[in-house]
Design a protein around this ligand. Structure first.
Ligand code: TPP
Length: 546
């Protein structure tokens, strides 16, 4: 007769789970033991639960199916919480399993005991504890369904260790979960068409998760047929091919001031899938809540999000891909003013995203990112964490395919390297590049060990300026000259990478980058390229006077 651990692993297989990320713990040994007999599930044991959770989050982002992570109670779960938060803000399907104290120790503050339902209540879509091994399949079905439905997101399940070792006689079978989707009503589509018809300065803002290639293609074709500019919301730049003539840039940190003005002066904004978050709206200043001056149409998969911050003129609760497809029935008459508005916006985007012809300093990050943008294959995956270095990445890299951008909407440092490792494991044949600032990289440098162990041959680009540049920038703006806590004493990044068995090179001038990148790829093992950049150049446009 099976144990709880075996039932759990069988239930994961029923959901086609083929890889889990973990740091092992004695609290869930029966699960690890069941995995021993389940070769269909690859087990990737990371060095830090924060990294393991970020890996699972990235896997969820890349596949649209819940990424799965296992960690131990108190210390493991608190580490892993960062990935849950990132999945929540990024609307990424994910399930975090936590080994918990035995039921007989509960509520005595047993060893490493935490009430995970309470702890994860504001971080996850749903947090529960499984008390009865016979009900494991039911909880798994609900967890996976919740993670992919409506606005996707993370679910947390806590597993008392004696429940996992309990032997049970019956367990129900479950089938793979399928997301149900609402569709747009004909009258709403009609009203949208009328509003678009009246607009001469409309913008479509594309964002969120739960998209499919077909839905995005249909949305792009709709924009193309009707001369509508498409903008990406914060860190959703891979939803539209950036080379397409209707793509006019992205909102968020490092937004083109020109584009920000355009958003302010738009007469109609149709947000498809974007919450219109704080970063997308430049701190709620491009659209002012609760009733923006631009006419707003808000399309979102969860009706509870509509009206949450902004009162739209028209709200449509609808699955995103279904909405994209429904637009194939919507056509509006030509309007020369609208066509000019699109042309101007596109011209401004191309200018903004082209690296300057005269490189700045010895090592110009815009030239490096521009080179990668021109040389990586269309399906290459580019990951990043948080820091000012990301401003160059978002500005000068032109994403071409859906699910090629792994970037934390949550702004969590340390995301890029673990996310890129997960990407390389999911798609070993594709090029994967992780950008990290020196601060960002030092959150999880030990995961190079995980990459070497699992032959995840990614290229990590460490943008080393010796400071927590973002915070220094804010300091210099608000408290000039009063530097506090923003210098970093760095290790020898090459020696660090090499000690794990990775390939490593240091680069201090722009011309040296392309051949070094080629050597890093040819090394056929994980590689670290350390870029020595000028700390005074805090953003592409903000330079400290020294
Ligand atoms: C986990 C986490 N801790 C702290 C912060 C606050 N923070 C945002 S950017 C940043 C500095 C990033 O430094 P670095 O990676 O070196 O990149 P740079 O800004 O210098 O380009 C900090 C500390 C954060 N976003 N995430």
């Amino acid at each position: 007769m099976p144990t709880g651990g075996q039932i759990l692993v069988a239930a994961l297989r029923s959901q086609a789970v083929d890889r889990i990320y973990c740091v092992p713990g004695e609290s869930y040994l029966p699960v690890l033991d069941a995995l021993y007999d389940t070769p269909e599930i690859a087990v990737v044991s990371a060095r830090h639960e924060g990294a393991a959770a970020n890996m699972a989050e990235a896997d969820g982002k890349l596949t649209g199916r819940p990424g799965v992570c296992f960690v131990t109670r108190g210390p493991g779960a608190t580490h892993a919480s960062i990935g849950v938060h990132t999945a929540f803000q990024g609307s990424t399907p994910m399930v975090l399993f936590i080994g918990q104290v035995a039921r007989h120790s509960r509520d005595r503050e047993g060893f490493q005991e935490v009430d995970f339902r309470a702890m994860f209540a504001p971080l996850a879509k749903w947090a529960a504890e499984i008390d009865d091994a016979t009900r494991i399949p039911e909880y798994i079905a609900r967890a996976f369904q919740t993670a992919i439905s409506g606005r996707p997101g993370p679910v947390v399940l806590s597993l008392p260790e004696d429940m996992l070792s309990a032997v049970v006689s019956t367990a129900s079978q479950i089938r793979p979960v399928v997301a149900a989707s609402a569709t747009a009503r004909a009258q709403d589509l009609q009203q949208l068409a009328e509003m678009l018809q009246l607009a001469s300065r409309p913008l479509l803002v594309v964002g969120g998760s739960g998209w499919s290639v077909e839905g995005l293609d249909a949305l792009r074709d709709f924009a193309h047929r009707n001369s509508l500019p498409l903008l990406a919301s914060f860190r959703r730049q891979d939803l539209v091919d950036n080379r397409h003539e209707n793509y006019c840039g992205y909102l968020g940190l490092g937004v083109d001031p020109n584009l920000a003005e355009r958003v302010k002066s738009a007469d109609l904004i149709v947000s498809v899938g974007s919450r219109l978050s704080e970063n997308t709206t430049s701190g709620y200043s491009l659209l002012i809540p609760p009733r923006p001056q631009q006419t707003l149409v808000h399309v979102y998969p969860d009706p509870n999000e509509i009206g949450h911050v902004y009162q739209p003129a028209l709200g449509i609760a609808c699955g995103l891909s279904d909405f994209g497809r429904a637009l194939s029935d919507v056509t509006i008459a030509e309007n020369p003013q609208r066509s000019r508005w699109l042309k101007d916006a596109r011209t401004a985007y191309v200018k903004f995203s082209s690296p300057p012809s005269a490189p700045a300093g010895h090592l110009d990050l815009s030239a490096v990112v521009g080179w990668l943008s021109g040389h990586l294959k269309d399906d290459a995956i580019v990951a990043n964490g948080a820091g000012n270095y990301t401003v160059w990445v978002h500005r000068y890299f032109r994403y071409r395919q859906f699910r090629t951008e792994l970037a934390p909407v949550s702004g969590a440092m340390g995301y890029g390297v673990p996310a890129a490792i997960a990407a390389k494991l999911r798609y070993p044949e594709r090029e994967v590049v992780a950008f990290a600032g020196d601060g960002c990289f030092l959150m999880y440098p030990q995961e190079i060990g995980t990459a070497v162990q699992h032959k995840a041959n990614l290229v990590i680009i460490v943008v080393n300026n010796g400071i927590y540049g973002t915070i220094r920038m804010h300091q210099e703006r608000r408290y000039p000259g009063r530097v506090m806590a923003t210098d970093i004493h760095n290790p020898d990044f090459l020696a660090l990478a090499q000690s794990f068995g990775a390939y490593a090179e240091r680069i201090d001038n722009t011309q040296a980058f392309p051949p070094a990148y080629e050597r890093a790829v040819a090394a056929a093992r994980p590689a670290v390229l350390e870029l020595r950049v000028d700390p005074a150049q805090l953003t592409p446009t903000f330079r400290l006077e020294t």
